[in-house]
Design a protein. Structure first.
Length: 563
């Protein structure tokens, strides 16, 4: 850091911040400062896709948040990992690339995010992406973010068996869930290119670092945004043991994520008066929606014994891991070059649901998230959960101290419809796994287990076993002028203030149907054009697939007789 004033100051070098740093510095006209609380992402455990469980378990790379006791989950505290390094959560996530359904973004527009409908957003998904099969009307071929199918389901027949079982259960195959048709069973995509994790640090920040007008500082903890009247003029932070104020001539842009961005706003005196007063912070700008509208996806691991020795459980021993690691180091190929989620599905839970609300990640191993085996012998699992929850939570500071984690309450399963959705989710999953395509492989159900059958049993098991899928969002949402909880406008500007924006998962009005890293990158791409005053990329008219009889059927065909 060689100066105290910049044109743009970006807080947080995560999934959005690295994209913005690249785009805002590209023209060379502006000085850009990117501030990150964590450190470098140059660690083999971050770069190697199969090692995804390790950086998330390390305090060096994970803020390690936990929710408050969740009242509808038996007062369990739920882990909420967030990345603390260059690349942010894109450096510790599962690398699954899901844009969401087209109607998710039309839903954003209906809820007040004007100009954020699917056809407005699609060009920005395409701009960021370098898809392994090249460009088409939906996919990008020349962007910074490498996207692939990993090993393209070549290491286990279980992937294809899962897809075939879904088709036998009456669902359709989808050639590309990120393209014309999300609904159905098919291959899954990941932010991996050349066998290496494509975090936003690797894809966007690394090539931009050579620019002399971009400054990146790490291990710098931002306390608050500095305001003069109703204008943001800089940030106060701790850097190298000293409290420092840095100034922005044009804008301060919060990209700290759905937990830290509202916390920084609140420490700056921006938010609900009662929340700020309780935390010992004087209110300077009334904005009651800050920290509200918190949403997340939940999931469970549905596990089965495998009757054939074709799962990856035999590859989880120390010697096998050494061989996998050596091959990856030498060639960037093999099992080290994938996140192992190479098959997936998106289905609708019932008739009358217009677009998918249940998501499956298929894993050809029965294991824990930390990479250790959970059974003897062979097994496999599907990660599954309803994706359009109605429950809402909040993030709020309890102290003006930036070193103190905020209070996080998701209120998971507070809404009765979310409880009912889980019952349907468990039963539909069992039906799929009982199809003939799985007969050769599918042994006994490990969990939930056959004893978990009635509504009461399912409800209790879900409460005790459900986990976050790590997709928190919505805490500084885009909304219309008449929405009292809208924090930013359609241009991501904080309402009632000048020169201050939020650009990250916080601004999502509702959580999309899928993993959220891809939509965050899209938001940053679109926001960059807004900030620079560039014309928006051309609105597309790409068609989307919707079941023509969605109002009267849950799937397209009757299932094959199951066992």
């Amino acid at each position: 850091m060689t100066q105290a004033i910049y044109d743009y100051i970006i807080i947080g070098a995560g999934s959005a911040g690295c994209v913005l740093a690249n785009r805002l510095s590209a023209c060379g006209q502006y000085t850009v400062l990117l501030v990150e609380a964590g450190g470098s992402d140059k660690n083999i455990l971050i770069q190697m896709p199969t090692a995804l469980s390790y950086p998330m378990a390390m305090k060096t790379y994970n803020w390690g948040y936990y929710s408050d006791p969740e009242p509808f989950l038996g007062n369990r505290q739920i882990s909420c990992p967030r990345g603390k390094a260059l690349g942010g959560s894109s450096s510790i996530n599962g690398m699954v690339y899901v844009r969401g359904h087209a109607l998710d973004f039309d839903e954003w527009e209906r809820r007040g995010a004007a100009g954020w409908g699917y056809q407005d957003c699609l060009p920005y998904f395409r701009r960021s992406e370098a898809w392994q099969n090249g460009a088409d009307d939906y996919r990008g071929g020349r962007g910074e973010l490498g996207v692939s199918g990993g090993n393209n389901m070549s290491f286990s027949p279980l992937y294809q068996a899962f897809i075939d079982a879904g088709v036998e259960a009456g669902y359709s195959h989808t050639d590309d869930y990120n393209g014309y048709r999300q609904e159905g069973f098919g291959a899954m995509h990941m932010t991996v290119c050349g066998g290496v994790r494509q975090s936003t640090s690797h894809a966007f920040l690394k090539p931009a670092k050579k620019r002399t007008n971009l400054t990146v500082i790490t291990h710098a903890l931002v306390d608050r945004v500095v305001l003069e009247g109703k204008r943001a003029v800089g940030i106060a932070l701790s850097y190298k043991g000293k409290s420092t104020v840095l100034h922005a001539k044009k804008e301060v842009i919060l990209c700290a994520g759905s937990i830290a961005s509202p916390a920084i706003l609140q420490r700056s005196g921006i938010g609900d008066e009662a929340t700020l007063s309780a935390a010992g912070v004087k209110q300077v700008h009334h904005l009651p929606g800050v920290g509200k509208n918190l949403q997340d996806h939940l999931e469970v691991y549905f596990q089965f014994h495998c009757k054939q020795p074709v799962s990856l459980n035999s590859k989880l021993g120390l010697f096998s891991k050494l061989l996998i690691g050596a091959r990856w180091v030498l060639f960037k190929t093999g099992l080290g070059a994938t996140n192992h989620f190479e098959a997936c599905a998106f289905i609708r839970s019932k008739a009358g649901v217009k677009w998918p609300d249940i998501q499956y990640h298929f894993l050809p191993a029965a294991m824990r998230y930390d990479g250790t085996v959970s059974i003897k012998g062979h097994g496999f699992q599907v990660h599954v959960g309803p994706n359009k929850p109605k429950s809402r939570g909040r993030v709020q500071i309890t102290s003006p101290d930036p070193n103190q984690a905020p209070s996080i309450l998701f209120n998971y399963l507070a809404h009765d419809d979310d409880v009912a959705a889980w019952r349907q989710c468990i039963r539909l999953t069992r039906e799929i796994m009982a199809q003939p395509a799985m007969d050769l492989y599918c042994g006994d159900e490990i969990q939930p287990g056959y004893a978990v059958h009635s509504d009461k049993d399912i409800d209790a098991w879900v409460r005790d076993n459900v986990e976050s899928a790590y997709h928190p969002c919505g805490t500084c949402k885009i909304g219309a002028d008449d929405d009292p909880l809208a924090v930013v406008d359609k241009n991501c500007q904080v309402r009632g203030l000048e020169a201050l924006r939020v650009v990250d998962a916080s601004v999502f009005p509702t959580v999309p149907n899928g993993n959220i890293n891809a939509p965050i990158i899209m938001v940053a791409e679109k926001a960059a054009d807004i900030i620079l005053g560039n014309p928006a990329l051309v609105h597309t008219n790409a068609p989307m697939w919707i079941d023509e009889a969605w109002q009267t059927r849950q799937r397209e065909r009757q299932p094959v007789k199951s066992r």
